[in-house]
Design a protein around this ligand. Structure first.
Ligand SMILES: NC(=O)c1ccc[n+]([C@@H]2O[C@H](COP(=O)([O-])OP(=O)(O)OC[C@H]3O[C@@H](n4cnc5c(N)ncnc54)[C@H](OP(=O)(O)O)[C@@H]3O)[C@@H](O)[C@H]2O)c1
Length: 186
């Protein structure tokens, strides 16, 4: 499979890439690193990337910033960091990428445990992660040409054994599942 891995240089990306590379061709992308540059907060940058890279079978996104801080410190500007980068960024990745992905391809987005098991100081992440999961549930009903979409919702990655995290992403790209929120380490 030819896999576009966005955020390959991050904590999760660095765990996934070496394992995926054993069996697949990996095209890495990031804001400042990887084979290609992409800024998820800029839809032109997303379109440019898909035009440059042809014949993608699986698009995995493990990227997107979000604000961490208590409710009193939260304001529209801080919420918008996660909305623009992690939520709308991944949504736009699918809205644009659906035109370019190969038949029977797959999108795998990343949300996070804070969406349905919030802890204090993480309201911005809760909003964004919940939005990603809802988008995946709904978009999975309408994607065409056999294209599937799932979200991985991890708990704190440093608490997750590498193989458990890798298996969650592998399941999304390899198994015929669609519209699943795969919860890891809840
Ligand atoms: N780590 C955890 O415990 C955990 C738990 C649950 C959910 N998550 C979620 O999983 C995702 C990845 O987490 P992580 O810990 O691996 O993050 P990370 O270490 O901060 O790495 C994020 C990666 O994404 C890229 N990136 C950031 N913003 C981008 C943008 N606007 N456009 C394109 N690329 C961008 C960065 O690229 P450059 O390096 O090139 O700048 C970086 O490689 C995040 O959405 C995070 O919220 C993480």
């Amino acid at each position: 499979m030819k896999i576009l891995l966005i955020g390959a240089n991050g904590t999760i990306g660095k765990i996934l890439e070496p394992d995926l590379a054993k069996n697949h061709e990996i095209i890495s992308a990031g804001r400042n690193s990887g084979d290609f540059r992409i800024d998820l907060s800029d839809s032109n940058s997303i379109e440019k990337l898909f035009k440059e890279i042809k014949n993608i079978d699986a698009c995995i996104c493990v990227a997107g910033d979000c604000y961490t801080g208590d409710l009193l410190s939260l304001d529209e500007e801080k919420i918008n960091i996660g909305i623009k980068n992690k939520l709308l960024g991944q949504i736009n990745l699918v809205l644009i990428g659906q035109k370019y992905l190969n038949d029977n391809g797959s999108f795998t987005l990343t949300s996070g445990k804070m969406g349905d098991k919030p802890v204090t100081n993480n309201t911005a992440k809760a909003i964004v992660n919940g939005g990603i999961n809802s988008f995946v549930l709904s978009a999975s009903l309408e994607l065409e040409r056999g294209i599937r979409i799932n979200a991985i919702s991890p708990g704190k990655v440093s608490d997750i054994p590498f193989d458990v995290l890798i298996n969650a992403y592998s399941k999304s790209i390899n198994e015929p599942i669609n519209g699943e929120i795969i919860k890891v380490n809840y």
